[in-house]
Design a protein around this ligand. Structure first.
Ligand code: FES
Ligand SMILES: [Fe+2]
Length: 360
């Protein structure tokens, strides 16, 4: 597939979807990882505790596989490379309380800010040490307990998530706490983009999600598109919980049950009256995707299994349908389709962004 041939008409009424080979082509997948994922903002999955100050993790294990550390340097959070600047050994293998970072291969030493401190047997080395001997640091942002890092972002986090931060400025993100009991991880045999596209339209709700459809007023379901994120708004039916929105807010007076935010390329932040369901869509291969569901509760909300069960039911229904689509897109009879101008704005937006990044 020639990436330069990809085209999405900006007019959704005229546009056709991308060719189905985007879900199955190995070269396309490889380009996607480097051009989209390696330059994007990603959720840091680990949940730091008080016992340690350095937490090793792999950013997008199974695709980017970037070894990193999250560091609490006297209350200031940092994210850095976990690779020794000498010959590439992994520095930290276990979370713990460290006062220095000492490489277990030849003893190179860094302070917890990642700055070079010492190295045995380097007397006489010219131009040493230099700034290249420090550990590279990543940009890091947080939204309540959720932390985001970028290896090499083209855009800052505010450019990506700004519309969400503004629209949700009344929501107490800082009061959220993770509920590991209500969190889950799923693995599905589908391409990551197919999973995202399914998320990005509520068009399928009446067909696929019987229970969810009973709670939402489908006729009032809307999608709004911004530069690098988009929003689906679910309005509650009679008797269902909804947000009490502050006066003057753009949605004041509406009975909003959920805000479904998607951040380019693979993060979903679903905001409910009880808290947040964060979904991280992790590519694990061309046809394999892991979806990490993290559930964060607001204060005073009980760890109610029903919260997790409802999310899980919807997830199972989505997995079933996208697994069918993954088979369908391989058909010799299917190449591309068209968009519903009213219901598939989010998918159209997603595919436009894919093309934009892949052609850079
Ligand atoms: S690789 Fe770390 S000191 Fe040699
Ligand atoms: Fe769905």
């Amino acid at each position: 597939m020639n990436l330069l041939d990809l085209y999405i008409d900006p007019d959704i009424k005229r546009a056709s979807t991308l060719p189905s080979s985007i879900y199955t082509d190995a070269d396309f997948y490889k380009e996607t990882l480097e051009k989209i994922f390696a330059t994007s903002w990603q959720v840091i999955e680990i949940d730091p505790d008080q016992k340690s100050n350095i937490f090793p993790f792999i950013l997008l294990d199974g695709s980017l596989d970037e070894p990193l550390i999250l560091v609490n340097a006297d209350g200031q959070w940092k994210c850095m490379s976990n690779v020794c600047t000498h010959r590439g050994n992994i520095l930290v293998t276990e979370a713990g309380k460290y006062s220095n970072i000492i490489c277990g291969y030849h003893g190179k030493c860094f302070d917890i800010n990642g700055h070079y401190k010492s190295m045995p047997a380097f007397e006489g080395a010219v131009d040493f040490p230099s700034t290249k001997d420090n550990l590279p640091e990543l940009e890091l942002e947080h939204l309540g307990p959720m932390q985001f890092a970028s290896i090499a972002s083209d855009e800052d986090f505010k450019t990506i998530a700004g519309p969400m931060l503004e629209r949700m400025s009344w929501f107490p993100f800082s009061e959220l706490t993770l509920s590991p009991e209500l969190s889950n991880t799923y693995v599905v045999d589908v391409n990551w983009a197919l999973y995202c596209e399914n998320y990005l339209e509520g068009f399928h709700i009446p067909f696929v999600h019987e229970q969810l459809n009973k709670a939402l007023k489908f006729s009032e379901y809307t999608t709004e598109v911004f530069d690098y994120c988009n929003l689906q708004v679910g309005v509650a039916r009679e008797g269902e919980p909804f947000f009490q929105l502050p006066e003057g807010h753009v949605d004041h007076g509406k009975k909003i049950m959920a805000y479904y935010w998607w951040l380019f390329p693979n993060t979903m932040i679903n905001i409910y009256t009880w808290g947040v369901s964060l979904n991280i869509v992790k590519p694990k291969g061309i046809g394999k995707t892991e979806i990490v569901f993290k559930t964060y509760l607001l204060p005073g909300i009980e760890k109610d299994q029903a919260i997790s069960d409802d999310l899980k039911n919807t997830e199972m229904e989505d997995e079933q349908i996208v697994s069918n689509v993954q088979i369908g897109v391989k058909s010799r009879f299917y190449t591309q389709g068209r968009f519903s101008p009213r219901m598939e704005k989010g998918v159209h937006h997603f595919q436009q962004l894919l093309v934009k990044y892949l052609q850079q």
